[in-house]
Design a protein around this ligand. Sequence first.
Ligand code: 2P0
Length: 329
Amino acid sequence: MEATAIAHTNIALIKYWGKKDEKLNLPAVGSISITLKQLFTQTKVRFSEKLQQDFFILNGLESGEDQRSRVSRFLDLNREIAGSSLFAEVISNNNFPTGAGLASSASGFAALSLAANKALGLNLSQRELTIMARRGSGSAARSVYGGFVEMKTGGNETNSDAYAVQIADESYWPLKMLIAITSDAEKKIGSTDGMKVTAKTSPYYSAWLASSVNDLAEMRTAIARKDFKKLGALAENSCLKMHGLALSAKSGLIYWNGATLNVMHAVREMRKNNLQAYFTVDAGPQVKVICEEPAAAAVKEELAKVDGVMEIIFTGLGPDAKIIGEEEN
Ligand code: 2P0
């Protein structure tokens, strides 16, 4: 009744922002991401008759009540399928800052989905695991797979088609990502709340929904053709559209700091000098810079010069989430 899984974070090139059903956590738009090799979560889950409640230990510390109940509700979905009423202890470790816009909920809920599936003997398929992971966090569905991944928004009556699929594995196109860390503080407005207020109050929300279908189609084509300039331009545009949308919500979600903007300008300056790099930014101040392998060293050197960059994480594309240990008792 114990299993350990590892899942890698992912960064969306075409962003998810907004839900069409909060209870089922159904995304209002599809998204396309790349899974990252260097940033991952390792999660052990142990179900036991001896426990009187669920426990969630994140990075060595017992979590607060909000996080514990989010994990508990997620475990309930698994227990329901298994017909089990056993409580669990969940021990999770991220090898990167938590809650600072580096997609810790993505790798976290993907790892927990795999570990709970194994520990409870649910035998969910990889596709079913993406649906389960989505219930924990929308972006987590994408971390079940490595490489290039698309999350489908679905649309059938039972919502059984809101799952993630792999477009290509991590060996298909060895893109690199440099993550410029500009702050290690936890973000003030979480994505879930941010999406809610955006859908409710932004006058641009319907335009965002309408334009996403074409963005996804174009990104699939860019990946199929390994057209880096197209992929980069689409990713940058999707990021800026998402932030434009968030900025337009009441009362304005600003996820950037000064250094975030410095990096964005520096990336555009690199392109003027024929160094091909593109940025994307999530619900936090870190800037993720995408490039092809031959340009990576030069891009890193340029990023290191930017005012406010505290650290640069370098990574390639990562693999599928997987089980790394299990025990019966
Ligand atoms: C994404 N983000 O596509 C977008 C871009 C952040 C910015 O998915 O409410 O933690 O748990 O489903 O998945 C982060 O949101 O939100 C996210 P919930 P999640 O990666």
